[in-house]
Design a protein around this ligand. Structure first.
Ligand code: UD1
Ligand code: PEP
Length: 437
């Protein structure tokens, strides 16, 4: 077990190269199962979640070979079509393990999936995934595992999501791309990572129109081929670094972003008083900003509310909340999608933040709090980053425990923060004795 020990107060300044998108890497790695050819995936973030996904793929019989630090070659030519086993321990660690259901069903007509893990931030439905598979002709056999069957193979169909679920859209895309015929996916999610996966599937031979919209038409084929694909930069990580620059007053340049993916993030941050500029594809956050929250017309309080793309991303609500603690004025943060993500705010309150949790979805943050160092535990990836943001601008020393949560989504975060001037150490902790009833 490890923890971070942080001495707050140093401005974070310098240049950051964003990692590849965590939530893009996971479905893109899963897509390698769709073909027996070699698939090369570049710009893979070296985080715990991609490590788990690669371990599951290797356990299934996929040959995995790193070409260098971030580029990996995958070849799924040795899979035993009679019984592809999905490693339970790794599958239960990450939500995205369920993204193997689509490729396995499409290729072998059977997928037996252990229940997936991931952040415990509210109820996480699998129903839209199952609805999509059923629309493509699969049946679901109830049991401990999620047992999906398509004897004789999937057939192209009309999929309409009951909500624009990110991973269900990705599963539908993965399955439809290898299913001959034309499938329409309606009320689809269109986050940057969904678009990135769709572009990769096009390289593999599928025909997909409507990428970036909420209706995609996929003409699939059984003989998808290999490809060489580079994962796009992680807009959630970029937003996290922008907030870190804002609260510590440093000047930061974030290189080679996709500016179109940052429009809503930059807009929301701007309303909290955090200005950023574009210099080509780089985002530049000027140093020493006086962060003052805007008011809506009529002097009403502003709100930041998440939603399906292109709305403000759910995974940045914890981060924007930490940023708001340092801005003059108050703001309503409405985390509309997950029921439990806001529960961690008590940790920021412990550090001195002025936050009223109105209900599980809404928090009013009144800013300019002088935070103080505390010992806190990270319940999930983004709450962990919010605590890092708070600790790095707090007075005194903080300790953040359960940092494997942060390592699930942020690559070498302590090293990269140190390069920007942060005083942060990764420290091994004594294993806790088991508690017996
Ligand atoms: C591995 C991966 O890619 N994980 C991401 C993926 O999870 P994931 O694909 O699991 O999330 P979903 O898009 O399915 O749903 C997120 C939550 O929002 C709710 N919901 C969604 C849409 C809607 O119109 N109404 C509604 O209430 C869902 O019921 C669920 O509680 O997308 C989430 C939403 O961007 C992100 O937080 C996760 O980081
Ligand atoms: C919620 C997240 O991840 P996951 O869906 O993998 O739990 C996240 O990336 O913030």
């Amino acid at each position: 077990m490890e923890k971070f020990v942080i001495h707050g107060g140093a401005p974070l300044s310098g240049t950051v190269i964003p990692a590849g998108n965590k939530n893009g890497a996971l479905p893109i790695l899963a897509a390698a199962v769709l073909t027996e050819d070699e698939v090369i995936v570049r710009n893979v973030p070296r985080i715990k979640d991609t490590g788990s996904m690669l371990a599951i793929l290797e356990g299934m019989g996929v040959r995995v070979q790193w070409l260098n630090d971030h580029d990996v070659s995958l070849r799924a030519d040795g899979l035993d079509d009679g019984c592809v086993q999905v490693d339970r321990e790794h599958a239960e660690r990450i939500r995205a393990s369920f993204l193997l259901a689509g490729p396995l069903l499409a290729r072998f007509g059977r997928a037996v999936m252990p229940p997936p893990g991931g952040d415990v931030i509210g109820r996480r439905r699998l129903d839209p995934h199952l609805d999509a598979f059923k629309a493509l002709g699969a049946t679901y056999v109830p049991g401990r595992d999620i047992d999906l069957r398509a004897d004789g193979g999937l057939r192209a169909g009309d999929v309409f999501m009951d909500e624009p679920s990110v991973m269900a859209t990705e599963n539908a895309l993965l399955a439809a791309a290898r299913t001959p015929g034309t499938t329409v996916i309606g009320n689809a999610a269109c986050e940057p990572h969904v678009q990135d996966l769709a572009r990769m599937l096009v390289k593999m031979g599928a025909d997909i129109s409507g990428i970036g919209s909420n209706v995609m038409t996929v003409t699939g084929r059984a003989d998808l081929h290999g490809c060489d694909h580079t994962i796009g930069p992680d807009h959630i990580e970029i937003g996290s670094f922008m907030a870190l620059a804002g609260v510590t007053g440093g000047e930061m340049r974030i290189k080679d972003t996709y500016p179109d993916d940052l429009r809503m993030i930059r807009l929301a941050f701007e309303r909290l008083g955090l200005h950023s500029d574009l210099d080509g594809d780089d985002v530049v956050v000027p140093g020493g900003q006086d962060l003052v929250v805007a008011r809506d017309l009529g002097e009403h309080k502003i709100k930041v509310q998440d939603g399906p793309w292109p709305a403000f991303p759910a995974d940045l609500t914890s981060i924007v909340l930490a940023l708001a603690t340092q801005c003059e004025g108050s703001v309503l943060i409405h985390e509309w999608m997950f029921e439990n993500r806001m529960i961690f705010t008590d940790k920021l309150v412990l550090m001195g933040a002025d936050i009223v949790l109105c209900d599980p979805h809404r928090a009013i943050v009144t800013g300019r709090s002088q935070l103080r160092g505390e010992r806190v535990e990270s319940p999930d990836i983004r709450a962990g980053m919010a605590m890092l943001i708070a600790a790095l601008c707090a007075d005194g020393t903080s300790e953040i425990g359960n940092i494997r949560q942060i390592d699930r989504g942020y690559e070498r975060i302590d090293e990269r923060l140190r390069e920007l001037g942060a005083r942060i150490e990764r420290v091994a902790t004594e294993p806790q004795p088991a508690i017996h009833a």
